[in-house]
Design a protein around this ligand. Structure first.
Ligand code: TRP
Length: 448
């Protein structure tokens, strides 16, 4: 099939911003702070940094290498380095993108609605009832469709004109909003207790395989690894950039966003005496406790709430772009579709797949556990094996443009042995979690 001229990022900064946009998402704004508070505070932060460095960075570099080296979307990239037998792994990536964006779009729709609520109604009234209304049924579908429509429109506008331009504007804006809310939160009377809850150090808590698995799984999800998103973005690189350096900048920014998100969330919750509710459920704290806090701030709470949910929405949007790009670029390269058709058809199908999750939180949870935990880790496992053992000369590809190269043999050794072994441990735990979600869903469907 004749390949049309492949699109490219216009600047190095554009690529880095788009990749940071992919990484920084709902996983940073809430999942990281929550895991940290639950699992040993500052000790967990340390563990998370270690798993980012020793599992996240090697895999990110592996994805970059395949993308830039082949200049193809994931399925063809794998085939060009390892033969057609590896195409099913690319198929798994596309499937993961489908499934993740399906439910991610639903949650993003809630944040969209909450941001709009802040403007038009404020947060008065029962927060639980508000969440019920927002998260179940056709209302949820409406906001999901609006969110997906924006995602589709930006991806259809192209790599440079859509994704790059959006990321260059939104990521600095997101940083400003989060820093602003951090400063605001620091002025609240309960701030100290919030920080203490977030970062209270307990090294005993992190000395368990399950906590290691949580940290590694979070690092993996948060860096958008294991489904070819970073691979696809790197395939639009034109010149031979310094890939290791860029990977470090992206992972470092991702960590920074996650860490400072915790500095805004917990002081706000603690300042309004809502700490008792934090342990109940991650989603509940975000969409129920925080709005309660915003309501008790009065008029200013609408502004703070608007900024908070807008930040969530922006973070989710730039992540959704890369999820859709994986699927759409596969249709463009593999089926010869135009970008507009690919964005619209793939985005439309993904939206439809998300509708059951808009009606039932147990379905949403199951999709999250299966795709977000299991499929990504399986994808990462085989990526490590592929670049470690199969691809002919990955270190040669990294060497182009890299400023320091002495550690490259160690990188490959890591991909061969250490990363697959660690990912198997993580998979062991996350498969159990996915199984639990499945049994919950089945018992609730059969028990009425
Ligand atoms: N990194 C995103 C977040 O933290 C979620 C995510 C997981 C993702 N895998 C992805 C985003 C792949 C884009 C592509 O919320």
């Amino acid at each position: 099939m004749p390949q049309p001229e492949r699109e490219q990022w216009s600047t190095r900064l554009g690529f880095v911003m788009a990749a940071v946009g992919s990484a920084v998402g709902l996983g940073n704004m809430w999942r990281f702070p929550y895991l940290t508070a639950e699992n040993g505070g500052a000790a967990f932060v340390l563990l998370y940094i270690l798993t980012t460095v020793f599992i996240g960075l090697p895999i990110m570099l592996a994805e970059f290498t395949l993308g830039r080296g082949s200049k193809r979307s994931p399925i063809q990239a794998l085939a060009s380095f390892g033969g057609d037998g590896w195409k099913p792994l690319g198929g798994l990536f596309v499937a993961a993108g489908f499934l993740i964006l399906a439910y991610y779009g639903v949650i993003a729709g809630w944040t969209f609605r909450y941001a709009a609520d802040a403007v038009f109604h404020g947060f008065a009234g029962s927060p639980a009832a508000r969440f019920q209304a927002a998260a179940g049924g056709w209302d949820a579908v409406l906001w999901q469709v609006l969110f997906m429509g924006a995602t589709i429109a930006i991806v259809a506008a192209g790599v440079r004109g859509g994704i790059e331009r959006t990321s260059l504007v939104l990521m600095p804006a997101l940083a400003l909003i989060v820093i602003g809310l951090d400063v605001y939160a620091a002025t609240l009377p309960g701030a100290g207790a919030g920080y203490a809850f977030y970062l209270k150090t307990s090294f005993a808590d992190v000395l368990s395989w399950r906590v290691l698995a949580d940290a590694a799984g979070q690092a993996f999800f948060s860096l958008s690894l294991g489904m070819g998103a970073m691979l696809t973005y790197a395939s639009y690189l034109s010149r031979d950039d310094d890939l290791p350096q860029e990977a470090v900048v992206i992972a470092g920014s991702n960590f920074a966003f996650a860490f400072v998100a915790g500095l805004m969330v917990f002081p706000i919750i603690f300042a309004f005496g809502l700490s008792g509710e934090v342990g109940e459920s991650a989603v509940g704290a975000l969409f129920i406790s925080l709005p309660k806090a915003f309501a008790s701030i009065g008029a200013a709470g609408r502004i703070v709430g608007f900024l908070f949910f807008t930040a969530m929405l922006v973070a989710a949007l730039t992540s959704a772009l890369s999820l859709l790009e994986v699927v759409a670029s596969s249709a463009i390269d593999g089926l010869g579709w135009s970008r507009r058709t690919a964005a619209l058809v793939c985005g439309g199908l993904i939206t439809a797949l998300g509708i059951p999750a808009a009606f039932d939180l147990d379905i949403l949870d199951l999709m999250d556990k299966v795709a977000g935990n299991v499929l990504l880790l399986v994808g990462g496992f085989f990526l490590a094996i592929f670049v470690g053992w199969v691809a002919p000369d990955p270190t040669g590809e990294v060497r182009k443009g890299a400023s320091s190269t002495g550690w490259l043999p160690a990188w490959r050794g890591f991909l061969r042995w250490v990363v697959p072994a660690l990912l198997l441990i993580v998979l062991w735990f996350s498969t159990q979690e996915a199984w639990d979600s499945l049994t919950t869903l089945v018992s609730h469907l059969t028990g009425g």
